[in-house]
Ligand binder design. Structure first.
Ligand code: GDG
Length: 471
């Protein structure tokens, strides 16, 4: 018995919440991954294993909207050392070009191993003979190998949502070999970009000493592992439909009105994370106003900073820095009823996000490093009138596909200022030419295409036990 498909991810697609009367309940968490995986889950009698948020309590498997979910509980120490520690204090900065300094602590590593083992054991119990298991993201890189040891019959896929760094940086990790070997337990390892897959293959050759050829790794036991790019995407049609709905159109008009009908609205929406380059982009915009290139009647910058990892010190400091900057810019540049920056530290329902995308003339996405960046793609999907400008960092995975954006180097302040100004002043014809091409790209490469291509490759990959002919 068991399931033919097991999804293993750090988080479940639902959150444990407490309602107004203090009763615990489940709420579907919004987000791209859920809508991407849901059809695959339904088609394959799938089950999803993950942490439901919160601590302690042992929770039973549950079914929500027909989806089988298995919650794995975490203790407060495990959250501190596996999630906040090794995942977000070591791996996250290391994998994002060391934008912040990664911390290496042996206790964090020990807990990372322990939590990975628990996920692997749970997957091993739930999977039917010869089932497929799809493991997600940097919090669970040891699961493929642990799972293969427990269940050699399984077909195992792994997908990394964040960048995979070049060897020169990855090498810093005291547990580099264990991570590489952990991932090699999979039959197929998916990355956002081809460069990340190449970084991985090169490291495996240099550090573990396995033979490799193009995107394949040949293991001594005869198994072959494939590492390749599968750029993730969004439910483009779903966003388009939402953006076209009368309620969202009205709300977009209301947002414009509430901002005092400036000539143009600039918009940033990001998790409040140091990789996203929020500080630098607000500074660039502020300088355009203090230089006199723009005035507060011409433009307002709406920045939504979604609360994230608030217990991690680095994130608290970043919030203070950004909020101090916003206060200073508004104090120096704003007038009554006309702040330069409209800053919101909150999260919104999907409808409000779509209305913001619809209201914005210039979308500004300037991460120092980002696996993909779905916000950039969502903006494009919501621009059903084929207008609006996207200013996009070269260092976001999305820049590989959205070539018609105004591409910027977020470390180059003058370059960013020039791009913001150009995007602000672009002719309607130019905007349409660019937006039309980007919309075509997103429509053709949506999240369903992403999930399908990963699952197809995983099914096609030579199965673990079949002998492989070496080149
Ligand atoms: C990681 C990688 C990669 C944001 N605020 C609200 C909200 N969101 C939604 C957005 C978007 C998603 O969250 C954010 O995705 P991003 O791709 O922009 O960034 P990360 O969170 O860092 O995601 C990234 C991604 O994984 C997928 O592989 O692209 O590179 O870092 O969908 O719309 N949604 C709602 N309210 C909000 O306030 N409803």
């Amino acid at each position: 018995m068991g399931h033919d498909l097991v999804i293993v991810a750090n988080r479940l697609p639902v959150d444990r919440v407490t309602d107004a009367r203090g009763k615990a309940a489940w709420r579907r968490s919004p987000g791209g991954l859920v809508s991407a995986i849901e059809p695959v889950m339904r088609a394959h009698d799938g089950v999803w294993i993950g942490w439901p948020g919160g601590t302690g309590q042992r929770l039973k498997p549950l079914k929500i909207d027909g989806l089988d979910l298995v919650p794995l509980s975490m203790t407060a120490d495990e959250i501190e050392e596996h999630y906040e520690g090794f995942s977000n204090g070591t791996l996250w900065p290391l994998y994002h070009d060391v934008v912040a300094k990664p911390e290496f602590h042996r206790e964090w590593w020990d807990t990372y191993v322990k939590v990975n083992r628990r996920f692997a054991e749970s997957a091993a119990e739930l999977a039917a003979p010869n089932a497929t298991v799809w493991v997600h993201d940097y919090q669970l890189q040891l699961v493929p190998q642990m799972l293969r040891e427990l269940r050699p019959d399984l077909r195992i896929g792994f997908y990394l949502h964040i960048p995979f760094p070049p060897a020169e940086l990855f090498q810093q990790l005291p547990w580099r070999r264990q991570i590489l070997e952990g991932l090699l337990g999979a039959d197929l390892i998916g990355f956002q970009l081809p460069g990340a897959a190449q970084n991985f293959i090169r490291l495996v050759r240099q550090r573990v000493g396995h033979k490799t050829h193009r995107d394949l790794v040949y293991l001594p036991d005869g198994r072959t592992v494939r590492a390749a790019a599968f750029p993730i995407s969004i439910d483009a049609a779903g966003f388009e439909e939402l953006a076209n709905s009368p309620a969202v159109r009205d709300r977009a008009d209301a947002i414009r009105e509430a901002l005092g009908n400036p000539k143009k609205i600039f918009l940033g929406i990001d998790r409040l994370d140091y990789t996203k380059g929020i500080y630098a982009r607000l500074r660039a915009f502020g300088e355009l106003i203090s230089d006199g290139a723009l005035t507060v009647d011409d433009a307002v910058f709406v920045q939504v900073a979604v609360p994230s990892r608030e217990r991690v010190e680095h994130y608290r400091n970043l919030r203070d820095d950004i909020e101090r900057l916003v206060g200073r810019l508004n104090g120096d540049l704003g007038r009554i009823g006309r702040p330069a920056i409209s800053y919101l530290h909150t999260s919104y329902p999907r409808e409000e996000m779509a209305a913001l995308y619809r209201a914005a003339d210039v979308m500004v996405v300037t991460p120092y490093r980002d696996g993909m960046n779905l916000v950039a793609k969502e903006y494009v999907a919501c621009r059903t009138d084929e207008d609006g400008a996207l200013v996009l960092s070269e260092f976001a995975g999305a820049a590989d596909e959205l070539r018609q954006a105004w591409l910027v180097n977020p470390y180059d302040m003058n370059g960013m200022k020039a791009a913001l100004l150009e995007a602000y002043g672009a002719e309607p014809k130019e905007l349409t030419r660019r937006m039309r091409a980007m919309r075509r790209q997103i429509a053709q490469h949506d999240v369903k295409a992403w999930a399908d291509s990963f699952m197809t490759e995983l099914t096609d990959v030579e199965h673990s036990h079949s002998k492989t002919v070496r080149p």
